[in-house]
Design a binder for this molecule. Structure first.
Ligand code: FEO
Ligand code: CA
Ligand code: CA
Ligand code: CA
Length: 625
């Protein structure tokens, strides 16, 4: 895509004050000179075959949303997203007025989805499970701007829902492995759907990557259950996260005959061709099986390409996949299976500011038969245990990664870690996650704060600036915190507006770094001075951080992308009014149907809905200037 002005990272807007608990504003607020409007919300028809009416489901209707409706409408709890522009009018140009917005749907709020406050005691039916499964995955939404107004194109030949029940292919070194075979799929190469689609990535060849994060929580066991080591390392438990799908759908029951390997078929990066609605999504096993947060790439002029992906769990790791083949700029089809061959690495951050990419290759280093590994497929299916073995650095929850558009410097949010700093490291219990008990590894140079409740942002440059490098130099871009805190550990060192729990992270084409937050507690407790969740712009050269957007009550701000000209920005608002219950909003959000960011398709306000908003500058300029 053409780059407009030079990437200076410069910020031109006047920052917003924090959204404090007193006088909390239940709306998306943007700086003076900008406008934010609701673009598309959970349950809105997106133009796939099915209801082409304005709404797919009347939210004043107390009946639960069904799979049939959800399969034709925007999924719940949107997360990472990308805008794929159509071709422009002139040769070699792209449109800034028409394209495909491809959006992840991370998870469902079961009570909100089923419209019941007593989900925990409800009778779980297959129909109810199917509806929730259909709310996950990805929405491909065709957007068009006419007369200055963006709208969803209905019907659209490109519109598509990919869900937790969409057939997908498994490819790469682990495809067909015994540990991926189930009674329903004796080949180990075909799986139904994708789940917990947190953040995303793209490829230089124009495909979309959706990342499977907390997939473990959907599984459960009817009857006696004994965790295997791999289940323990990934947090697969008898009860899951309380979705209770295993009670009505054998696919999610770890004790169903021939189904114990079903969880192994999740935890991958899935590649989708957004412009071919009949294409089959592909789970790319070469990128490893973890709780993938996001996946961003770096590509050198010679076509060397790598993909960065973090494992979001306390004291888990940061990974890089280097493709064996080169990106072919002139032949898109030649790149079709680039993600199937290459080398997966995991990061070690050394105390002297250098870093090492440690290969996760069967037979290399400790990843041998003597240590219990049987093949490259085994290394990939048990990526976490392989990374434990090679001595990677435990991180404070790797969330999004963002590669600078011209320098290829890599930035990574480490959102927080409350299991760090008070006990010796244990090689037998390297994962301090909840399922693995109370290990609290010591701080290290790259994760320097005990009780890191506000998180930090780390960055690195590959040696020789090569995506294929096996070493790098790193530093900490910002320690987040509250300057007004009394404890030194909590103050942080932000130049500009304080924030905590950094999560979403994205560079625009001009080098502005956009940071989105995911903290619990709107302006309460630790957040009394920082306020509610927000989005900030950072100038990488000055490290100045400025608040650009504040959000509705009890949501997370996640997902951001611009049109190619930088003049339209899409931002995701996830789970406003979380912990909703019928008859009342426990966190008092009526967004977006309150109309605070423009009228929506719903006449009657009954539920808060995750949504994407569209932001423009009133003078038609580039967002952030
Ligand atoms: Fe789904 Fe780690 O955020
Ligand atoms: Ca996230
Ligand atoms: Ca988060
Ligand atoms: Ca979230």
């Amino acid at each position: 895509y053409p780059v407009a002005p030079a990437p200076t990272g410069a910020i031109g807007f006047t920052g917003l004050p924090p959204n404090l608990a007193a006088g909390f504003i239940d709306a998306v607020r943007v700086p003076a000179g900008y406008t934010a409007k609701v673009m598309v919300s959970w349950g809105d028809a997106i133009g796939v075959a099915g209801p082409n009416a304005l709404v797919g489901h009347d939210h004043s209707d107390p009946s639960p949303i069904t799979a049939a409706v959800q399969n034709a409408t925007f999924g719940q709890h949107n997360d990472g997203m990308h805008f794929f522009p159509f071709a422009g009018v002139g040769a070699g140009t792209v449109s800034n007025d028409r394209g495909l917005l491809v959006v992840n749907h991370e998870y469902v709020d079961p009570g909100l989805h089923a419209n019941t406050a007593s989900y925990g005691s409800a009778t779980i039916t297959k129909a109810l499970v199917d509806a929730q499964v259909a709310a996950h995955g990805v929405s491909v939404v065709e957007l068009r701007r006419m007369g200055g107004k963006w709208s969803v194109v209905r019907p659209s030949t490109f519109a598509r829902r990919i869900t937790g029940a969409t057939p997908m292919t498994i490819s790469g070194p682990a495809a067909g492995a015994d540990a991926l075979k189930t009674a329903a799929d004796p080949t180990g190469m075909s799986v139904m759907g994708t789940l917990n689609n947190c953040a995303h990535g793209t490829t230089p060849w124009g495909t979309y990557l959706t990342c499977e994060e907390n997939w473990n929580g959907y599984f459960g066991a009817n009857g006696a259950f004994t965790q295997t080591p791999v289940e323990r390392r990934y947090g697969v438990t008898a009860g899951g996260f309380g979705y209770r799908w295993h009670e009505a759908d054998a696919r999610f029951d770890l004790n169903a005959p021939g189904n114990r390997n079903e969880p192994n078929r999740f935890g991958w990066v899935v590649e989708i061709d957004p412009f071919n609605p009949r294409s089959t999504p592909v789970k790319r096993t070469a990128l490893g099986r973890i709780k993938h947060e996001s996946c961003d790439y770096a590509v050198a002029p010679d076509g060397t390409v790598c993909f960065y992906t973090g494992d979001d769990e306390r004291n888990d790791y940061m990974y890089k996949f280097v493709c064996a083949g080169k990106f072919n700029k002139t032949n898109r089809a030649a790149n079709r299976n680039l993600l199937d061959s290459g080398t997966l690495y995991v990061a070690r951050f050394n105390a002297d500011g250098t870093g090492t990419w440690l290969p996760l290759v069967f037979g290399v280093g400790p990843l041998t038969a003597e240590n219990g590994f049987t093949s490259q497929a085994d290394v990939l299916i048990r990526t976490r245990q392989a990374a434990d073995r090679v001595g990677a650095t435990m991180m404070d929850r790797p969330e999004w990664v963002a590669v600078h558009p011209t320098t290829r410097e890599v930035y990574l949010t480490l959102t927080n870690n409350n299991r760090r700093g008070t006990s010796p490291a244990s090689v037998n219990n390297p994962n301090g996650s909840s399922s693995a008990g109370g290990s609290r590894p010591p701080v290290d140079a790259a994760n320097p704060r005990p009780d890191n409740r506000y998180g930090h942002i780390i960055r690195w440059t590959e040696t020789g600036n090569s995506p294929a490098a096996t070493s790098f130099d790193w530093d900490i871009f910002a320690e987040c915190g509250d300057k007004m805190a009394t404890a030194a550990n909590l103050k942080g060192n932000i130049n500009g507006d304080d924030l905590g729990a950094p999560d979403g992270l994205w560079f625009d084409k001009q080098g502005r770094l956009w940071i989105q937050t995911d903290q619990q507690g709107d302006g309460l407790g630790d957040w009394a001075n920082i306020g509610g969740n927000a989005m900030f712009a950072a100038d990488p050269s000055t490290r100045k951080i400025t608040r650009f957007l504040t959000s509705p009550r009890n949501c997370e701000v996640t997902g951001v992308i611009n049109t190619p000209d930088g003049k339209t920005m899409f931002v995701g608002i996830q789970h406003p009014g979380e912990d909703w219950a019928p008859g009342g909003y426990t966190k008092n959000s009526t967004w977006p149907d309150s109309g605070a960011n423009g009228p929506t398709t719903q006449a009657v306000v009954t539920k808060p809905r995750s949504s994407v908003v569209v932001i423009t500058k009133d003078d038609g300029g580039v967002i952030g200037t």
